[in-house]
Design a protein around this ligand. Sequence first.
Ligand code: ADP
Length: 431
Amino acid sequence: MHPRLLFWIPAGLRLSLVLAGAAAAWYFFGLVPGLVAAIAGLLIFVVVQLHYLYRLSIWLNDPNSAKVPDGWGAWTEVFARLYRMRRGDEKNQAELTEWLARFRQAMSLLPDGVVIMDDVLFLEWCNPAAERHLGLRLERDKGMRVTNLVRSPEFMDYIILGRYEQPLTMSLRERKLVVQIIPFENRRQILVTHDATEAERIEMMRRDFIANASHELRTPLTVINGFLEIATTQPDLDPKTRMAHLKLMCEQGQRMQNLVEDMLTLTRLESVDYPLRPERVALRVLLEQIEQEAIALSAGRHTISLRAAGPDIKGGTEELRSAFGNLVSNAVRYTPAGGSIAIEWQACDAGAQFVVRDTGIGIRPEHIARLTERFYRVDKSRSRETQGTGLGLAIVKHVLLRHDAALAITSEPDKGSTFTVTFPRKAIYVE
Ligand code: ADP
């Protein structure tokens, strides 16, 4: 039935009943009792309506679906419909609130910043990442102009030029930010911010690496080219000089080969496609081989000792050979003749420890923190003299990172250095 009829039929019926009662009173008792009955009936009718109107107005002050009054007569339908409407509204509102909460949570987890502004750049809302990137605080800055809050000439130029189809890369609060404005709706704009500091740092490292590597390769290449030119322009050079030139060319060729090999090792260690496949590493055997290589490199100039009492570990044998080999060969290369080198492998409280102690030239404290940087050398000419590439300790650092191991360096100039590698207990191999 049509809802309007549901209201009018009961209301009409009750009114008709009152009037029929009054007519009956008139018929049986005369005009005056009939009129009295009609007025009394109508009065009751009006009082009832006023009572429900009053309850409706009270409910409207706090229109909660759980508090909708019970009706009588036509009011039953009115209140039932109000209840259904309110329930629907409340459900929509609950859904909307839930969505809003989810949206807020998603926005707060977003690593990129989002700022919502009106058409004249007044801040309406922003997420925590935008607060961090731009130094905003929503509570404090809401309603303020974003250009007054983000004080950057590059950002101002970007706004003035209005070329929003292109993002802007700018420096702000010691970070590199990529920002872009996206107009939406008619009178709103979104400002998206992305922190590119890390990407920029990696890009700079890559550029530095290429520049350093080219520089390192250029020197031996120039030497080799020089001798080759002499060989072609002076064919009748005496055999002794020619031999000396060939020897120098071989040395430079070897240097280039070492460099390329170290660069390839580093690239492999950094590659995600080259994960560590742990195996049992027989440390004693490995260290005995490294000791033999050190003895060959030293050519009798040093006293070299090995004490390997520690356990076997889980790791990459070839990677550890490269890391330990680098540390031991450094000890040989940076220790003058007559010095001694002690290699130790033992269990310790933290797990297990590899120690290389030398009585060499030592390192001044200001260099120690930078030694594992690529191509960092304390003394370039000395490193070159001893066939150093400047990549050895960078390789060590990467290998140890992949094994959850830590490197500690203590050194005293002219007295010697100690390089200690500590492996965690979980790296120890148990049968
Ligand atoms: P390099 O190929 O030049 O030896 P590394 O990365 O192995 O490169 O070492 C970086 C620098 O650290 C070296 O150039 C040297 O100055 C210093 N260094 C490394 N090991 C020792 C050591 N045992 N004694 C003194 N200096 C060392």
